[in-house]
Design a binder for this molecule. Structure first.
Ligand code: DGL
Length: 274
């Protein structure tokens, strides 16, 4: 994936983090460790969920419209597309369109190849991510060194959404979903969490996969990239204004999610009109 533009941040005081659902919160969680005093917007496109089952055209148009609408009201310094399924198809269009840097998330195959001891890696992601040529290029670049077994699962995404909306996670269901990996002759010793939702079920995945399995996600790498932009730009003023979550429509689910968002520091949930 090409790097984001290398130019200083000249204006803007807000980092925008965007996903279709709760997954981007796993990325925000890491970014706020390195950049605690920045003003954040967390936008979850609950009417576009899930991007992993949409066409590339739909996702590009959708995210361009969302970011355009946000820039009408907020001064954005940096946008993070905190979704693998969206990043792998939208980044070139977004970087051509917006003046601020746009960072995306892609499956952390390279670090997984470095860390795997048995050279067998499992990649968990959405169908869009698994089918995308970008992912296939990544895999073929590293498959000389490792065998990379890809598993697409929308059900795992739904499990995470349900978990953060307060429902229990069925370990048995996870076992069934992971069966293609669990039935391999030699099991992967390293799992790439190629979807930003999945770090929220690492504990549950650990219960199903052999002890000692490594789980790799892209969160900290994205946080370091975001911090790099802020430190190498003209720096973002420390913001005293409150962080805001945005979604497209108020539903029973968003009402249920409000306390969770508050737990992440988003006390206000607003509706974004496209
Ligand atoms: N969080 C998304 C990802 O990283 C999955 C949800 C979606 O398909 O929109 O791929």
């Amino acid at each position: 994936m090409p790097e984001a533009h290398m130019f200083p941040i000249k204006s803007g005081s807000t980092i925008l983090i965007l996903d279709s659902g709760v997954g981007g919160l796993s990325i925000y969680n890491k970014i706020r460790i390195l950049l605690p005093d920045v003003h954040y917007l967390y936008c979850f496109d609950n009417m576009g969920f899930p991007y992993g089952e949409k066409t590339a055209e739909f996702t590009i148009d959708r995210i361009v419209s969302i970011i355009t609408a946000i820039t009408n009201s907020y001064s954005i310094a940096l946008a993070v597309i905190a979704c693998n399924s969206a990043s792998i198809v939208t980044l070139p269009a977004l970087r051509a369109r917006f003046l601020f840097p746009v960072i995306g998330v892609v499956p952390a195959i390279k670090p997984a190849v470095k860390l795997s001891r048995n050279s067998i890696i499992g990649l968990l992601a959405t169908r869009r991510t698994i089918e995308c040529s970008y992912t296939h290029d990544l895999v073929s670049r590293f498959s000389r060194e490792c065998h990379i077994e890809m598993l697409a699962s929308m059900e795992l995404v739904d499990l995470v959404e349900n978990k953060l909306h307060g429902f229990p996670v069925s370990i048995e269901k996870i076992r069934v979903i992971l069966e293609p990996l669990l039935s391999m002759h030699n099991l992967p010793d390293t799992i790439v969490l190629g979807c930003t939702h999945f770090p929220f079920i690492t504990m549950e995945l650990k219960q199903v996969l052999p002890k000692g399995t490594l789980f790799i996600d892209s969160g900290m790498a994205i946080a370091r990239r975001a911090a790099w932009f802020i430190e190498n730009g003209l720096s973002i003023p420390i913001s005293r204004s409150e962080n805001i979550a945005l979604c497209m429509k108020s539903t029973l689910k968003t009402i249920k999610l409000a306390p969770v968002l508050r737990g992440f520091g988003f006390n206000t949930l607003k509706i974004l009109k496209l």
